[in-house]
Design a protein around this ligand. Structure first.
Ligand SMILES: NC(=O)c1ccc[n+]([C@@H]2O[C@H](COP(=O)([O-])OP(=O)(O)OC[C@H]3O[C@@H](n4cnc5c(N)ncnc54)[C@H](O)[C@@H]3O)[C@@H](O)[C@H]2O)c1
Length: 276
């Protein structure tokens, strides 16, 4: 296997399970040292242990990405442990669905908080270790190390989705942030891209009837999609099935890899052909 990320350090948020975990694992398989964030601490530690058993170098830093103090702490811990940051994947998130006329301010803003404000703070917290270091390398006439940021978006952000006014607004917003970072940090050789997923099989998209919930600020939030709707969505996917977390991880790793060294500011759709 190519060791594209040998001696590189990759931070993945929401990497305790689902797409984030598969992404951390794939980066590690390609040689990276990986930092796993998740606010579910048990899950983050379990993910760390699983990857360490496979011989990978991993650091779990459990915490809530929406805590304003957390991004600076995460980046500092990463650099204290591994000396630098090459890749940041802003993946952590959840859905809190509801129709517009019934959606509370709290419900709308919580989703903006996790999918927009937290990634913005994460990127800003990376600036001293990515932008400033690259600027210095450039001033010294050195070739800057490979550095990039991948933000996770969704088809909901591109086309809207019934019941997801909050989520579709946030997932559209992250594309604007991506394109801005690409323009601001491109001169330092730092790339920034987004990936918009369609229907990937994870806890987020499991049968709603299974009753899985998460708790945010004391509020219990139902996760998943009603099973009859999943059947309908699947019928619209040209490839005829949802994607796996591994199939979601591949394009993220590709965008950070040398194969994508001239790609920045794009949003790559990973949807099995679904376009609505
Ligand atoms: N599954 C899909 O079909 C799909 C489609 C489009 C976009 N996405 C996006 O992909 C990303 C990953 O989702 P997934 O499907 O793997 O879901 P998942 O629920 O399996 O994993 C998400 C992880 O993020 C963590 N997380 C949530 N809020 C957090 C916070 N505030 N701080 C730290 N960690 C937090 C959760 O604990 C969980 O482990 C999300 O941004 C999601 O919106 C998923």
């Amino acid at each position: 296997m190519q060791k594209w990320f040998d001696n590189q350090v990759v931070v993945v948020t929401g990497a305790g399970r689902g797409i984030g975990f598969s992404t951390a694992k794939l980066f590690a398989e390609f040689g990276a040292k990986v930092v796993i964030n998740d606010y579910d601490a048990d899950c983050a530690i379990k993910a760390q242990e699983e990857l360490q058993k496979l011989g990978h170098t991993v650091l779990a830093v459990p915490g809530d990405v929406t805590d304003p103090a957390y991004p600076d702490m995460l980046m500092k811990k990463t650099v204290d442990e591994f000396g630098k940051i090459n890749v940041l994947v802003n993946n952590a998130g959840y859905t809190w669905d509801g129709m517009i006329h019934k959606m509370s301010d709290k419900q709308f803003m919580a989703i903006l908080e996790v999918h927009n404000i937290a990634p913005f703070r994460m990127i800003r917290a990376c600036a001293p270790y990515m932008r400033e270091v690259a600027k210095q390398e450039k001033a010294e006439g050195k070739t800057p190390e490979p550095r990039s940021i991948i933000n996770v978006s969704s088809l909901s952000g591109l086309h809207g989705n019934i019941g997801q006014a909050n989520y579709s607004t946030a997932k559209a917003g992250i594309i604007g942030l991506t394109k801005t970072v690409a323009k601001e940090w491109g001169p330092f050789g730092i790339r920034c891209n987004a990936v918009a997923f369609g229907f990937i099989q994870t806890r987020l998209t499991q049968d709603q009837e299974s009753g899985e919930q998460i708790e945010v600020e004391g509020e219990k939030i139902q996760l998943g999609i009603p099973s009859h709707m999943k059947g309908m969505i699947t019928m619209l996917i040209p490839l005829g099935r949802p994607g796996t977390p591994e199939e979601a991880a591949g394009p993220i790793v590709f965008l950070a890899s040398p194969l994508a060294s001239y790609i920045t500011g794009i949003c790559l759709e990973v949807t099995g052909g679904l376009q609505v």
